[in-house]
Unconditional design. Structure first.
Length: 425
């Protein structure tokens, strides 16, 4: 288990997590970036990343990195790092299908003394209970004798150009003390912020899954505060700013909690908790609050439209922003869709505008046709749903120009001053 410049590494999955990792590791080692999506591989081979996590210049400069969708090219590698998605199903239960398929595929190529490292977020125990037995079965090798494993959870924040891969402390772990040292040393070659070597794979898995669960709960309590303050006629942001003057007050904001991590990871922990006989209450309560915020925003808009004597039936509404966060093209698990569905249930006509989102992806995943032009004087309601830079720059006057003479402007993201919007979350 010697780490040398000749160590051959394969990254399985080239999304928001896998690609930045592949680019950084290729500065030190020979790296193969593998993805089953041939279109994604062709895009990367052409020197462009549609997720915008890696610049074209950085991608084209990665001389020791090659891409492929041909699994047979995995055979030469000795270290495999799995960065595939770990979503939930319609019942909010973990969907480990991508992990299981990746493990099954790797079982065809894993050789004596090879190391498989997982980065995908899972519940504590999933790596050793679900993934590794699959590799054992397919490869015919015994875990910790024929091949070894590590777990180093991803901490990528899509769209964040400050807290990038190399600047975030990396948790590492291994299936034996020697493997743990190897995994720690491997990531230590690229992560400037340093590493934290956990005592076991389960500890590393648990640490990752509670990071986003804690954040989810913090946002949930702020969302509940917002609901209360709205009923009291108090501006939530002003309350939070006042409370934030205390040194230990946590400065979270209300909002829609979407994306692939914060709105998903808590369900992995609650699933495992219930499997071992514990019924989590606080975590699930937070999830219920945050999952209902899209519907809440829509209801608030409907009430305000009604108070202005605007007919709800067939009213026209403009939703500005569709991605799950600002200045990011990621539409995975966006909660804006909940607003759209709820408003359409009221028989409203809803247009969605977002220059950051990929129109084809939005159509495929959500059956929504994004508009590409903004017309003035057209809408009864305007919802500033995502704080993209270009939307923030518009200001109240420009935003209101899209509305009819009598309209409602809803500032979900607290971009405007309290006096500039008709409603703020």
């Amino acid at each position: 288990m010697n780490l040398t410049r000749d160590t051959k590494i394969a990254i399985i999955g080239l999304g928001y997590v896998g690609l930045p990792l592949a680019v950084e590791l290729s500065k030190k080692f020979n790296v193969l970036g593998f993805d089953i999506n041939s279109a994604r591989v062709e895009e990367l081979q052409s020197g462009h990343d549609s997720t915008l996590e890696v610049s074209d210049d950085a991608l084209q400069a990665a001389a020791s990195l090659r891409f492929s969708s041909n699994k047979n090219e995995l055979a030469d590698s000795t270290v495999y790092i799995v960065t595939v998605p770990t979503p939930i199903d319609d019942n909010n239960a973990p969907d480990l299908t991508p992990l299981q398929k990746a493990s099954e595929m790797l079982g065809e190529f894993v050789k004596q003394d090879d190391i498989v490292i997982y980065e995908s977020t899972v519940y504590p125990g999933a790596t050793e209970e679900v993934c590794l037995p699959i590799i054992e079965k397919v490869s015919g090798l015994e875990f910790n004798k024929g091949f070894f494993a590590g777990y180093s959870p991803e901490r990528i924040n899509p769209g964040d150009k400050v807290n990038t891969l190399t600047k975030i402390v990396k948790i590492t772990s291994g299936s034996t003390p020697e493997v743990a040292d190897f995994v720690d040393a491997l990531y230590g070659t690229i992560v400037e912020a340093g590493t934290h070597k956990a005592s076991s794979i389960k500890v590393a898995e648990a640490a990752k899954v509670i990071e986003n669960t804690q954040r989810d709960l913090n946002i949930a309590i702020i969302n509940e505060f917002a609901k209360i303050f709205n009923r009291l006629g108090i501006d939530t942001e002003e309350v939070l700013n006042a409370a934030g003057t205390k040194w230990n007050f946590l400065k979270f904001k209300p909002g829609l909690v979407g994306g692939h991590c914060i709105s998903v990871d808590p369900y992995y922990l609650t699933y495992k908790a219930q499997e071992v006989g514990y019924r989590p209450e606080v975590i699930l309560a937070g999830r219920r609050i945050n999952d209902g915020m899209g519907e809440y925003v829509a209801t608030q808009l409907v009430k305000k439209l009604s108070s202005k004597k605007i007919h709800i039936d067939e009213a026209k509404v403009l939703i500005l922003g569709f991605t799950f966060k600002g200045d990011c093209p990621d539409v995975r698990n966006t909660k804006i869709i909940d607003i759209v569905k709820e408003l359409r249930d009221f028989n409203m006509s809803v247009d969605v505008y977002d220059d950051w989102a990929n129109p084809e992806e939005v159509k495929h995943e959500y059956d929504i046709d994004l508009i590409n032009e903004l017309d003035e004087g057209k809408y009864d309601g305007i919802v500033l749903a995502v704080d993209h830079s270009e939307l923030k720059k518009m200001g109240e006057k420009k935003l209101r120009s899209f509305g009819k003479k009598n309209h409602v402007l809803y500032d979900v993201k607290h971009v405007l001053k309290p006096s500039e919007a008709d409603i703020r979350l």
